[in-house]
Ligand binder design. Sequence first.
Ligand SMILES: *[C@@H]1O[C@H](CO)[C@@H](O)[C@H](O)[C@H]1NC(C)=O
Ligand SMILES: *[C@@H]1O[C@H](CO)[C@@H](O)[C@H](O)[C@H]1NC(C)=O
Ligand SMILES: *[C@@H]1O[C@H](CO)[C@@H](O)[C@H](O)[C@H]1NC(C)=O
Ligand SMILES: *[C@@H]1O[C@H](CO)[C@@H](O)[C@H](O)[C@H]1NC(C)=O
Ligand SMILES: *[C@@H]1O[C@H](CO)[C@@H](O)[C@H](O)[C@H]1NC(C)=O
Length: 597
Amino acid sequence: MSARICLAVATLGLLSRSTFAAPSSSTGHDILPPPPNPEPIKIIELPLPPVAPTREEGACTLDINPRRTGCIAVDPSLQGGTFLPDGNHVIATVNFTGAPAPPDPASVYMGMQMIAVRTNGTTFPNGDTWKCITCGVPDENKEGSEELTEYPQAFKDGRRAMAASNIVDCGDAELTSPECTPDKVHIHPIWWESGSIRELRIHPDNVHLGFSSFTQQNGALGQYAYFGRIVFNPAPKVGEHLSPRYEVVNVTRLFNPDAPQPVEVEGKRLVLNPNAIAVGELHLTTGKVRRLTQHPEYVDPLDISPDDQWAVILDTRGTDRQMWLSGMRGIPPVTDLITTSLTSATRNNGQRRFFVPWLIDYHGDRGSYFGQQINAAGDGTPGSINDPNWNARADPRWSPDGTQITYYQYLVVPPACGGQNPLPCPTSTAPGGRINRLMLATLTSRTPLAPQPIANVPEFIPWGVPVKPGDPLPIRPAPAPGVYTLKGKRSGSARVEIIGDGTTIDTVAVRYDRFSDDGINILRGWENVTVTRLSLSTSRAEWYSDLWSTGETRSSKRTGRGGFHLEIDSLVNIFKANGTMVTTIDGVVYKPPANGT
Ligand SMILES: *[C@@H]1O[C@H](CO)[C@@H](O)[C@H](O)[C@H]1NC(C)=O
Ligand SMILES: *[C@@H]1O[C@H](CO)[C@@H](O)[C@H](O)[C@H]1NC(C)=O
Ligand SMILES: *[C@@H]1O[C@H](CO)[C@@H](O)[C@H](O)[C@H]1NC(C)=O
Ligand SMILES: *[C@@H]1O[C@H](CO)[C@@H](O)[C@H](O)[C@H]1NC(C)=O
Ligand SMILES: *[C@@H]1O[C@H](CO)[C@@H](O)[C@H](O)[C@H]1NC(C)=O
C-alpha cells in the first residue's frame, strides 16, 4: 500500500486544462520550485434550510420556517456540489422532511431535492438564503429519473445541473432566477444502453462526461471508468422508460487489458509500471500519468483548480489513521495485487470518515511539504472548523474564479461512537442539531482568475477502448502463479511467490534482499499475505510481516506472533482485526485502531 498505484476506487478526475496532468520531465532531475508558504484561509459554514425536529408530517411548523419553504432532517443526507457559474451559489442535494400533507402548497418540500445556496451572504427575493430547485416538479416532468443524491454538478449555462444519473433542466431560465419555477424544471434520466452508471462527472466542455460502472468478476466487486458524450433524446424508442432522456453515446472504456498493467511478468521477472493507467489522475488525451501525492495515508476525492495550478484533496494524512499499515516507505506495491480493497477500506470506520481537506500546489508533495490543511485554524472544540468529529465527504470543489473552495462534512454518529465504542458521541452544535454541514473556505489573499480556456478532448480517448453495446467486459490481467524476481531500481532484489488458481491470486509472499528503488532506503525482511473472499464485497487477510529498512529513516513493519488478521466489507468499512501489526518510523510507533473504531 506504500506506493498507491492501483486503487480501483480512485475518483475519476476530469481536468479542465491539460497542464496539471502533464508528465514531469522524463529526465527525473527536475529542480522543483520551493513549496508555497501557507496562505490565509477564512472558513464559514453555509446556511442550509431549517431543521425539523422529527420526520413526522407537519413537523416543519410555521415557527421553524415562517416562509413555508420547507425543512430538512437532522440527518439530511447532504451532498455538497459545485458552484454555479456565477460563483455566488453552491448547489447541494438534501433530504426535506416534516412537510404538511397535500393540498398544502408546502407539502412539496419533501424527500431528496436539489437546492442552490447563496455564498455571498445575500438572500433570494423571498428572504431565504437558499432555493429549492426541484421541490414541486410535476411527476410528468421527471419520468424515469432517480433519487437526487450523489455529486450535484452545475453546467456552465447555469440552467442545468446533474445529480446521481439525472440532469435537472430549467429550459431557458437560470436555476437560481425567479423565472425558474418548478413547472419549468425537468429531471431527465441519463441512460446508457450497456448498463447502470454511477459517479458521473461532467467534462468542462459540458458535452462529455466520465462515469463508473460496477462489475462482478471472479466473485468480487469491481469497477471500470468510462468516457462518453451526452445527447438529449426527446423521443426514445428503446429501453425501460421511453420518456425524454439524455443518452450516453460514443463511449470509451478507460481501461485497456492489452496496455501495460501496474504489475506484469517478463519471463521470471516481475515488473512494476508506475505509468500504467489505473484511472485516477491522468492526462485524459495522452494517458500520461503524473503522481501528485506521496504521503502514505489515503487520498481519494479531489478537485483541481480552474487554472490547473492547485488541487484540493480529501486525505487521511495528518490523522495517523493508516500509518500502522502504510507508514513505512520504499516498499514496492506487490502485496497490493490482492490487498487494495482491504487496505483502502481501513480509511473509514463505517460512516465515520477520517478525510480532511488539504490544499496542494501543482508540483505536489515534496520534501517536508505535504500541502496546507485547509481547516487547520480553529480551537478543536465541538463544532469548530477543525473539530475532528466532523469529517469531510466526497467531493470538495473550487469556485470558478479559484478563490474559494466548498466542502461538506458529517458528524460522527453511532455505532462509530457511543455504546461499546470508546469514542463518546458528540452533541451537534449545528442549527437544529443537524449532523451534516456545508462549508466555504475563502483563500483571502488570492486574486480572482479570469475565465479559463477549456481543452479540447477527443471524441474517443485514444488509449482507451471504444465500447459498443453487448461488448464483453475485459478481465483485469494478473500475473500467473509462480516464483518471480523483482529487481530494485538501484540495488538488491525481491523474491516474489504468487499462489493462486490462475484466475484469482490468493497469496503473495515476498522476501526482500537489500532492496532499493531510490538508492537511499534499503529494505530487508519478508511479508506474506493471503486473502480469502467471503462475499462479493467482504474479504479477509492473513498477514505476516517482518520488514525493516535503513536510509532516510529507520523503519519497520512487523506483525506479532500469529500474524495479523483483517476482515472488512468494503461497502460498510467497519474495522475488524485480530493479532497485531506495528509500524515504527524512527522510534515513533503506529498501531492499528481497536475493532469498530
Ligand atoms: C429521506 O428521508 C426519508 C424519510 O423522511 C427516508 O425514508 C429516506 O430514506 C431519506 N433518503 C435519503 C437518501 O436519505
Ligand atoms: C450576491 O449574489 C447575487 C446572486 O448572484 C448577486 O445578484 C449579488 O450581486 C451578489 N452580491 C454581492 C454583494 O456579491
Ligand atoms: C460520435 O463519434 C463520431 C466519430 O467521431 C462522430 O462522427 C459523431 O458525430 C459522434 N456522435 C455524436 C452524437 O456527436
Ligand atoms: C508466510 O509466513 C508464515 C509465517 O512465517 C509462514 O508460516 C507461511 O508458510 C508463509 N507462507 C508462504 C506462502 O510463504
Ligand atoms: C479473530 O479470531 C477468532 C478466533 O480465532 C476468529 O474466529 C475470528 O474470525 C478472528 N477475526 C478476524 C477479523 O480475523
